[in-house]
Write a protein of this length. Structure first.
Length: 533
C-alpha cells in the first residue's frame, strides 16, 4: 500500500499532512537549498545523455552558478527532433510513460513529454496535497477519508490529467467515478455523464475538472437537462431520495436546482487558465471555490493555492525554477540567440511579471525550458496562511499561443489561416482572451480594407467555422461545452496605420511599431481603440 494511504488508514493525519503539504512550511533559504541540491543531481543526469549534452551545448557545469551561466534557454523546437519520435535512447533517464499536450495547432498535433518513475511517484503525494488543500479549513486540517468518491472530469492518458488520475488510482485512497479502467475507454461526454450518474447513487466528495467543464455541467442542472438525463435512474430509492432533498433545498432558496443542492462536496480541484473568471460562478453552482493550480505537461505541478483559494505557492521539488523579467522575454522572443538574465525565486519582486523557466528534476528531459507562460508575483509571502514563499498568479500566454477553455491552443498561424480562408477583405487584426461578464471570450479585433463594411456577428460566424475546420479541438468546444468563444470587434479603416504613426512619434523601435497579432496587452488594445485624429 502507498505510504500516504497507509498513514490515512492508520489515522496518522499529522504525519500525512507533513508528508504531502510540508513544503508550505519552508522558509526561503530552505526552499532554495532543495532547489540547488536537486539541480546538482539533475546536472549529472544531463551530462551523461545525448539530449543533455546537446541542450547544454557541450558545457559541463559543476555548480548551479555555472549551469545558469553556461546553459541557454530552450523552447520545444529544441526537443522536437527527439521527443516527437519518442527517442528514449537520448534521454537522461528512461521514462515509464509519455504524456502529451495539444501542441501548436497547424505545426504538430501534440507535444510529447517523457515522465520518469521518480517524477511520477513524486506526483502522488502532491495529488493528495491538492485534495487536502481543497478540502481543509486551516493548516493541518484533514477531512479526506478512505473511499472518498472522486469524479473523473478530465482528459484521459496520454494527457497529463489522465496520468494524475492513474496515480490517484494507484495510491488507493479514492474511489474514482467511473472506475478508471472504464473511464479511459469512454469518450469525454460519456465519461462525464456516467460519472455523475454514479454520483447520484454513491455520492460525490471531490470533483476534478477544468473550469469551463464545471460551469457547463452546473448550468445544465440549472436548466433541468442534468435531471432529465438521469430520469431513468429515479426508480432507485437512494437516487430518488437524494434528488427529492435537493429539489426541496432549491425551492426553499427560490432558485433552480444546482449541483450544490445534490452534493455537499469536500473539495473541487480545477484546471485551466480561466479560474479568476469562473471561480465565483463555480462557487455559486457547486458550493465551493475551486482549488487553482499552475503547471503543465512539461513541468507537471509548479504551484498551487491553499485553503484561502487566493494566490499560489511554489512547489520546490519537481523543477528548478527561474524567472525571466518582462523586458528580457521580449528580447529573447525576437532573438533566440540572446542570453536573457534570469532570476531565482529569492530574487523576484512583488508586483512584477515574469516568464517561468523550468528545469525538470529526477531525470526529466527539459532544461531551462520556456513554456511560454507569464506569471505575476503578488507578494513575497502569504500573510493569511503564514506561508513564507513568494505568491503568484497566472497572468497570460506570451509566446504566440492562445489557450481556449483548456481544450486547445491556437497559434498565430492558425488564426491567420482562418482569417485568410474566410476571404474577408481585411487590413490587419489582433486577437486575445477577454472577460465578458462571467465568461471568457476570444476577442478578434479586425480592420477592413477601405470602403468595406463588416457585420461583427457575421464575421465571427465565418471565422469561427474556419477555425473549426483547421483545429479539431477547437471544433469540439461547441458540441461538448456549448461554447462558441469567438467575438469580433470591427475597427475603423486606418486604425493600424494610426497606431504605427503614434508609435513612431513616441520613438518606439522597429519591433514595437505594431501590436502582436496574438495576446496584445491591455495598453496596446487601448491604443488601437483610441479614436483617430
Amino acid at each position: 500500500m502507498d505510504v500516504a494511504a497507509e498513514l490515512l488508514k492508520q489515522g496518522k493525519t499529522r504525519e500525512l499532512w507533513d508528508r504531502c503539504c510540508g513544503f508550505i512550511d519552508l522558509n526561503m533559504e530552505q526552499f532554495m537549498t532543495i532547489q540547488r541540491r536537486l539541480l546538482l543531481e539533475q546536472i549529472e543526469f544531463l551530462k551523461n545523455c545525448e539530449l543533455g549534452k546537446r541542450l547544454m551545448r557541450g558545457a559541463e557545469p559543476r555548480s548551479v552558478e555555472e549551469f545558469r551561466q553556461q546553459v541557454p534557454v530552450t523552447a520545444y523546437s529544441d526537443y522536437a527532433p527527439y521527443l516527437l519520435d519518442k527517442r528514449e535512447d537520448v534521454l537522461p533517464v528512461k521514462p515509464i510513460l509519455w504524456q502529451c499536450t495539444s501542441g501548436r495547432s497547424g505545426e504538430y498535433p501534440h507535444k510529447w513529454v517523457p515522465i520518469t518513475r521518480r517524477m511520477y511517484d513524486e506526483m502522488g503525494d502532491l495529488m493528495i496535497a491538492l485534495s487536502l488543500f481543497a478540502s481543509c479549513e486551516d493548516r493541518g486540517d484533514v477531512v479526506i477519508e478512505e473511499h472518498d468518491k472522486v469524479i473523473y472530469g478530465v482528459a484521459p492518458p496520454p494527457y497529463v490529467s489522465g496520468s494524475y488520475f492513474r496515480k490517484i488510482a494507484e495510491i488507493g485512497i479514492n474511489d474514482i467515478l467511473p472506475p478508471i479502467e472504464e473511464a479511459e475507454k469512454m469518450g469525454f461526454e460519456e465519461r462525464i455523464e456516467q460519472g455523475f450518474k454514479l454520483g447520484l447513487s454513491e455520492g460525490i466528495d471531490v470533483v476534478s475538472a477544468i473550469n469551463s467543464v464545471l460551469v457547463a455541467i452546473g448550468e445544465r442542472f440549472g436548466q433541468g437537462s442534468g435531471i432529465k438525463r438521469a430520469a431513468a435512474l429515479l426508480k432507485q430509492p437512494k437516487i430518488l431520495l437524494r434528488l427529492l432533498r435537493a429539489v426541496a433545498k432549491s425551492k426553499l432558496a427560490g432558485r433552480p436546482l444546482l449541483p450544490r443542492d445534490i452534493w455537499s462536496l469536500k473539495g473541487i480541484i480545477a484546471g485551466g487558465t480561466d479560474n479568476i473568471i469562473y471561480r465565483e460562478k463555480i462557487k455559486y453552482l457547486w458550493g465551493r471555490y475551486p482549488l487553482d493550480t499552475y503547471g503543465g505537461t512539461e513541468c507537471l505541478l509548479t504551484a498551487t493555492q491553499t485553503w484561502d483559494y487566493d494566490t499560489m505557492t511554489f512547489i520546490p521539488h519537481l523543477n528548478f525554477l527561474e524567472f525571466m523579467p518582462e523586458s528580457e522575454w521580449n528580447s529573447w522572443l525576437m532573438d533566440k540567440t540572446y542570453r536573457p538574465e534570469l532570476l531565482l525565486l529569492d530574487e523576484v519582486q512583488a508586483g512584477e511579471n515574469y516568464a517561468v523557466v523550468i528545469t525538470n528534476f529526477f531525470g526529466g528531459a527539459f532544461v531551462r525550458y520556456f513554456p511560454g507562460d507569464a506569471i505575476r508575483i503578488m507578494s513575497l509571502r502569504n500573510e493569511r496562511c503564514n506561508i513564507n514563499i513568494p505568491q503568484m498568479l497566472f497572468d497570460s500566454r506570451i509566446d504566440g499561443i492562445i489557450d481556449v477553455a483548456g481544450f486547445t491552443r491556437l497559434t498565430e498561424k492558425v488564426v491567420w489561416q482562418a482569417i485568410e480562408n474566410s476571404r474577408l477583405a481585411y487590413q490587419d487584426w489582433a486577437i486575445r482572451k477577454e472577460s465578458s461578464g462571467e465568461k471568457t471570450v476570444l476577442r478578434l479585433y479586425i480592420e477592413p480594407k477601405q470602403d468595406i463594411e463588416f457585420n461583427e456577428n457575421q464575421v465571427a460566424d465565418i471565422i469561427h467555422e474556419q477555425l473549426k475546420s483547421l483545429d479539431k479541438d477547437y471544433a469540439s468546444l461547441e458540441p461538448m461545452l456549448s461554447l462558441k468563444p469567438l467575438k469580433v470587434t470591427v475597427l475603423p479603416h486606418g486604425t493600424f496605420q494610426t497606431y504605427i504613426a503614434r508609435q513612431q512619434a513616441a520613438g518606439a523601435d522597429l519591433a514595437h511599431l505594431k501590436p502582436p497579432h496574438v495576446n496584445p496587452t491591455e495598453e496596446q488594445i487601448g491604443k488601437l481603440l483610441t479614436p483617430q485624429t
